[in-house]
Design a protein around this ligand. Structure first.
Ligand code: NAD
Ligand code: DAU
Length: 338
């Protein structure tokens, strides 16, 4: 089996590569990533010498480069993780989100049509469903929930999902789509809530909580997400959407307090700041379909996953310290100075 994994130098894509190379030593994995600010080659260091792994630095919007890669590699499966992923950056500058997330998806699927593949998997997000009210804990996102987006990021991901469904219906491209809730774990870029709070707490810096910190996210350990995608590409039904989530809803403020406790830092570091524009209140996935049809269940409890994550960031300071000293420093200043 020959698999192209796009966006594999980022958080979830790299964890997926580690999972696949470990579980299927006979598979060949080719990572296609253009190394934006969010991509790090150092993340992939441990697999660079694996003869079944190849890294290719190209942009998924570059049609010629993508076709060249398909011509040389003849992939059986393409798993598309490559995306601009940070909601706050999409509010600041939406255009690159449209280029990568929508056009890039179309370029990849055109190459799949041209060269033939057995599966194109689109890694999507629960954010395409919009948000749920805090006072209706009985409501969850199912695969039938209408798409109703809030941010330029989620709108661009929804655009990609609609295109993928259209390529399935119009051209018969063998597509599957997964929509996962918030991931956490090793190698997450420190602009996202959990690693940002860990890094700031370790540096005794303020912990910036948007609004009142009452927004709810449904957290899933990254390995569980990778295992779900592994199941979908091998056993999932073509043309189907699968929601992925572990019924682990938590308020942002409670997450930040847990991190303070884990790192023995005072809660007085918590600083309430201006809310995100259009901030989604609550995400909550109903994962009944992937459980019923593919037997998937999350394996890591949040209490264990957050301990493992905090430990990983403690033991890999050089990885994230390197990141927060570069472009991120300018972004952080723009984003948080007021
Ligand atoms: P990330 O930001 O950590 O990594 C994105 C990767 O894509 C980086 O390595 C970057 O260099 C690469 N990339 C960006 N633009 C590219 C382009 N034009 N061409 C080639 N490579 C490009 O992202 P992540 O958090 O690992 O998310 C991966 C995927 O999972 C995304 O599609 C995202 O929408 C989806 N997702 C993320 C979460 C989450 O909680 N992080 C949850 C559900 C779904
Ligand atoms: O739900 C899946 C999505 O989860 C993915 O599709 C996105 O790619 C991923 O970035 C994530 O989106 P969120 O916006 O939920 O994640 P983020 O880590 O940016 O924020 C989580 C919550 O924490 C959100 O309610 C905003 C809040 N927050 C975030 C930051 C960075 C803060 O209060 N302070 C912060 O500094």
């Amino acid at each position: 089996m020959n698999i192209i994994v796009t966006g594999g130098a980022g958080f979830i894509g790299s964890n997926f590569i580690f999972h696949m190379l470990g579980k299927y030593p006979e598979y060949r994995i080719v990572c296609l990533d253009c190394l934006t600010y969010a991509g790090n080659l150092s993340t992939l260091q441990s697999v660079m010498d694996n003869p079944n792994f190849r890294f290719v630095k190209e942009n998924i919007t570059d049609r010629e480069a993508v076709c060249r890669l398909f011509e040389g590699e003849h992939p059986d499966i393409v798993v598309n993780f490559a995306a601009e992923t940070h909601v706050d950056r999409s509010i600041e500058a939406p255009e690159v989100f449209l280029d990568t997330n929508i056009k890039g998806t179309a370029v990849l699927m055109d190459a799949c049509r041209k060269y033939g593949i057995s599966r194109y998997h689109q890694v999507s997000t629960d954010e395409v469903y919009g948000d749920l009210p805090l006072d209706r804990p009985d409501l969850f996102f199912t695969e039938e929930t209408p798409i109703h987006t809030s941010s330029p990021y989620s709108s661009s991901k929804a655009g990609a999902d609609l295109l993928a469904a259209a390529y399935y219906r119009t051209y018969g491209l063998p597509v599957t789509i997964s929509r996962c809730s918030n991931n956490y774990g090793p190698y997450q870029f420190p602009e996202k809530l959990i690693p940002l709070m860990i890094a700031n707490a370790l540096n005794d810096k303020p912990l910036p909580v948007y609004g009142k910190g009452e927004n709810v996210r449904d957290w899933l350990y990254v390995e569980d997400h990778c295992k779900a995608i592994d199941l979908i590409i091998h056993k999932g039904c073509i043309g189907e959407v699968y929601n992925i989530g572990g019924h682990n809803e938590m308020r942002n403020i409670d997450i930040v307090k847990i991190i303070c406790r884990e790192l023995e830092r005072p809660e007085s570091l918590i600083t309430y700041i201006a809310d995100r524009k259009g901030h989604d209140m609550r995400y909550a996935i109903d994962p009944a379909k992937i459980h019923r049809e593919l037997g998937w269940l999350p394996e890591t409890k949040f209490a264990d996953g957050i301990k493992k994550t905090v430990k990983w960031y403690l033991e890999h300071r050089e990885w994230w310290e390197d990141i927060i000293s570069g472009e991120y420093r300018e972004y952080y200043k723009r984003m948080y100075s007021n």
